[in-house]
Design a protein around this ligand. Structure first.
Ligand code: PLP
Length: 230
């Protein structure tokens, strides 16, 4: 009877230590930490909240719905960072402060429609597919401006920045071209006023958030580096 246990143990001391280190680093760049909390139970997310974490990002609508009643976070500070299907949009409108993963006209139209019905405008980041990976969502960096113009007239959507995931690289320096590309499109669009008065650039995960900060990320999304391996 030596089956491996699949119960995940969260080490609160370790989480606090990880979190404080990352918050301090992000603070030097005046960037926010949006912890990626997929598979992390609500009580552990709340523990992080008590230790200085202000923002969290969920990936799946159902998981978000399950955790919402238990989360002690400002609703505006709960973000949606995963791939979003149009038929699930209505379940999260009014319950998240920012959607990081707007990447199609159909999704924008649905977010707008549901937001108008709820009497709100939903802030969204346009997801950039910086590695042009077919399996991942996102708009090619070159088309971001045209895409934002195409959704500008929608009354229920406000595009406030860009988000990027990018491919996984063994060698951290190999992330540089992707970050450079997204950062340069971000500068161009924010300079032209297309991203509003407080433009946000969401990029960098556990593996590469330091580099992302160097390239001007205003939000980083570490998960594993805070909560441990999934
Ligand atoms: C899981 C996830 C992250 C965090 O990934 P880690 O490697 O655990 O830091 C960030 N962004 C998105 C969109 C994710 O799905």
């Amino acid at each position: 009877m030596t089956e491996k246990s699949s119960v995940r143990v969260f080490d609160e001391d370790q989480i606090r230590e990880n979190l404080l280190r990352i918050l301090e680093t992000a603070g030097k760049y005046r960037a926010e930490v949006v912890a990626a909390t997929k598979t992390v139970p609500a009580d552990i997310i709340n523990f992080a909240g008590e230790n200085g974490l202000h923002y969290m990002g969920e990936n799946r609508v159902q998981e978000l719905e399950e955790k919402l009643p238990s989360l002690r976070f400002d609703p505006d500070h709960i973000h949606f960072i995963g791939r979003l299907q149009t038929n699930k949009v209505r379940k999260i409108i009014g319950r998240v402060g920012l959607i990081h993963s707007l990447d199609s006209a159909a999704l924008a139209a649905e977010i707008s429609k549901r937001s108008v019905a709820a009497g709100i405008v939903t802030p969204c980041l346009v997801e950039i597919n910086s590695g042009l990976e077919e399996a991942k969502g996102g708009v090619p960096a070159e088309s971001a401006g045209a895409f934002i113009e195409s959704v500008a007239a929608l009354p229920g959507v406000s595009v406030t920045g860009l988000m990027s995931i990018g491919p996984y690289e063994e060698n951290k320096d190999d992330y540089r071209p992707y970050f450079e590309k997204v950062a340069s499109v971000f500068r161009e669009l924010s300079d032209s006023g297309m991203l509003g008065t407080d433009p946000q650039l969401s990029m960098g995960m556990s593996d590469n958030y330091l580099l992302a900060l160097e390239y001007g990320a205003t939000m980083i999304r570490p998960g594993t580096a805070i909560f441990g391996k999934r």
